[in-house]
Design a protein around this ligand. Structure first.
Ligand code: AMP
Ligand code: MG
Length: 283
């Protein structure tokens, strides 16, 4: 039997009060007893399960019987692997039921609105999985680290974000928040790779190097996010990301867990199946 999970990811990765960002072993693979080869075997099988559940969510939304949704929030420093999750994990589903949004520096129009304006516009419709590649949390991460607004402004955003997520959950959205952590060294290797490969230049931004100098301030800002916005209705999951195979496997499991929690079944036929079979045979 392929080595598999000794502890369920939604339990072992869930942020607990008192957990320290500084203590995260970014090269570890919590709860998984296998190696990379085992992970590949398990991932292939679990990706199929995810895709089946994701399609069931979409089918239920389309049939009008269920307007629930799932929102996957990905936060992490550059190169943590957010794009890899979008491409390899979420992207293994049926694109009809997926809604992807990447959040960059706000445009002039976005800046003229409340910071949740662009976030609300990107929320997944019923039956969809929404994925946020960066999110409203940038408002207490990059904004806090770079003093883009005064402390008394970002300070009140934690409570505001909690209230916002409460509203989402009450309206039927399961919110899965994934904080992805790479080490400073691993980030350096990944940035070096981007500079060596013409097919990766598009991911490189000269400003990424300046951000590395602010690593301790980011660690502190991530700690505050976890301490203040991990709630029972929208907890954070802390995922070590130096091993790409591990974070992909872990997020696949978190999505399966969230979808299974919806206790869905396939929508029943709203027509007489036997009558349709007869009609078809005679046609
Ligand atoms: P990337 O995810 O690599 O495409 O980069 C997007 C950039 O936009 C990152 O440097 C983010 O920190 C930045 N960004 C995202 N949201 C905000 C925001 N609300 N204010 C300022 N910068 C932001
Ligand atoms: Mg980037």
């Amino acid at each position: 039997m392929a080595a598999t999970w000794s502890h369920e990811p939604h339990k072992v990765l869930k942020f607990r009060p008192g957990d320290r960002v500084a203590d995260i072993d970014t090269d570890s693979s919590p709860g998984f007893s296998g190696d990379r080869a085992d992970a590949e075997t398990v991932l292939a099988e679990r990706t199929e399960r995810y895709a089946e559940l994701q399609e069931m969510l979409y089918a239920n939304g389309k049939s009008g019987r269920d307007q629930r949704s799932v929102l996957l929030v990905l936060q992490g420093m550059d190169t943590a692997g957010k794009g890899g999750i979008v491409k390899h994990v979420v992207g293994a589903g049926n694109p009809m039921g997926l809604r992807y949004t990447g959040f960059g520096v706000p445009t002039e129009e976005e800046r003229s609105h409340h910071y949740l304006w662009r976030i609300r516009k990107a929320l997944p419709p019923g039956g969809h999985i929404g994925v946020f590649d960066r999110s409203h949390y940038e408002e207490v991460l990059v904004v806090r680290v770079h003093n883009l607004v005064p402390p008394d402004v970002w300070e009140q955003r934690y409570d505001e974000i909690n209230a916002f997520e409460r509203e989402l959950v009450d309206a039927g959205t399961t919110v899965v928040k994934v904080a992805m952590f790479v080490s400073l060294d691993e980030q350096k290797r990944r940035l070096a790779e981007r500079l060596e490969r013409p097919d990766k230049y598009w991911k490189y931004n000269p400003g990424d190097i300046d951000e590395r100098k602010l690593w301790p301030a980011y660690q502190e800002a991530y700690q505050a996010v976890l301490d203040r916005t991990s709630t029972d209705y929208a907890p954070w999951f802390v995922v070590p990301c130096d091993k790409k195979w591990y974070n992909r496997l872990a997020v696949t499991e978190l999505l399966i867990w969230a979808l299974k929690g919806l206790e869905m079944t396939w929508p029943p036929a709203d027509f007489d199946v036997q009558a349709e079979q007869k009609k078809l045979a005679a046609s």
